[in-house]
Design a protein around this ligand. Structure first.
Ligand code: NDP
Length: 311
């Protein structure tokens, strides 16, 4: 049994920013890095909109810098996974780890982030890692001089499609509407790229292929027409779902599973349990806003611990 003052769950910008603040406040935080150390930032390419990096920085370098900064002030980072939460209102927060270890914490910051959303059709599951991927940065280079498809119409889809043009002979962007959700700058960049072709108002009925992806069967939802599109890989960029399944029975979440916070704070309905970053943010979901939320959570946790020790 480990006894801790403050445990931070998650190792993206929210978790590491919380750790930097908490460590500098002498709270001696333990950060559990979770199943994807560094979080979603490690799966993006260049980050151009994080202030302080006028030339941009890779997502990986950005989050590794945050980790070093958190460790420099004494944050301990562990890579074990949590299998069970037992959360209380103002009491001890208990975490069970996959190693069998139990951690008791006086305060807890949930910064568990979000995971890629998939279509949820059987052929997608069957061909996962056999041409179906949610990470162009990780897998794009495997598809040189062949056509690939990207699913979605948001910023992620534009970013992935643009990145994939470095390798693929052609990139189809298959979107269910005839209008993009992406921000104008990202959309224009993709539209101006001669290797990118948009396939509008189209839904994927099936991903084709036995042991590797050979194409898509798509249905135009305006004309009803069904057609096949030949491609060797499918990059899913359909947004994200919050990673709150293991603890959402204890706190309030919205219909999509995002943690609901008390207005303008990082507080959940349980005293001593705070949340930050994408797991609690259905609206902005940016590295910089996650970092800001991590800062707020550390300050809220510090004040909570201080008043707890005073009483
Ligand atoms: P979004 O939620 O913005 O977009 C998801 C896209 O997937 C939408 O176009 C949506 O369609 C589509 N979609 C969702 N579910 C389905 C489904 N079941 N079938 C078909 N299509 C589906 O997610 P993103 O990951 O693109 O972006 C998330 C956040 O991260 C945003 O705030 C974005 O700005 C930010 N971001 C910023 C980047 C940057 O600035 N460099 C890079 C990447 C992300 P519809 O539009 O019809 O709802």
């Amino acid at each position: 049994m480990m006894q801790e003052k403050l445990v931070i769950v998650g190792s993206g910008p929210a978790g590491y920013t919380a750790a930097i603040y908490a460590a500098r406040a002498n709270l001696n935080p333990l950060l559990l890095a979770g199943p994807v150390p560094g979080g979603l930032l490690t799966q993006t390419t260049h980050v151009e909109n994080f202030p302080g990096f006028p030339e941009g920085i890779t997502g990986y370098d950005l989050v590794m810098g945050m980790q070093q900064q958190a460790e420099r002030f004494g944050t301990r980072v562990e890579y074990d996974e949590i299998v069970e939460f037992q959360l209380t209102d103002g009491g001890i927060q208990t975490l069970k780890l996959s190693s069998g270890e139990t951690i008791e914490a006086e305060a807890l910051i949930l910064a568990t982030g979000a995971s890629p959303r998939y279509l949820g059709i059987p052929s997608e599951e069957r061909l996962r890692n056999k041409g179906v991927s949610a990470c162009a940065t990780c897998d794009g280079a495997f598809y040189k001089d062949v056509p690939v498809a990207v699913l979605g119409g948001g910023d992620s889809a534009m970013e992935e499609a643009t990145f994939l043009t470095h390798f693929a002979s052609k990139v189809y962007v298959v979107h269910r509407r005839d209008e993009l959700r992406a921000s104008p700058i990202m959309a224009e960049r993709a539209k101006a790229n001669p290797k990118i072709e948009f396939v509008w108002s189209s839904e994927v009925e099936e991903i084709l292929g036995e042991n590797k992806v050979t194409g898509l069967r798509i249905r135009n939802n305006k004309s009803g027409e069904v057609s096949e599109l030949a491609c060797n890989a499918v990059f899913v960029a359909l947004g994200h779902v919050p990673n709150t399944g293991l603890f959402k029975e204890f706190i309030d979440t919205d219909a999509a599973g995002y943690v609901i916070l008390k207005e303008n704070t990082s507080m959940t309905k349980l005293a001593g349990v705070f949340a930050a970053g994408d797991c609690a943010d259905p609206r902005y979901r940016q590295a910089i806003s996650a970092a800001g939320m991590g800062c707020k959570a550390a300050i809220d946790a510090e004040r909570y611990l201080e008043s707890r020790h005073r009483h």
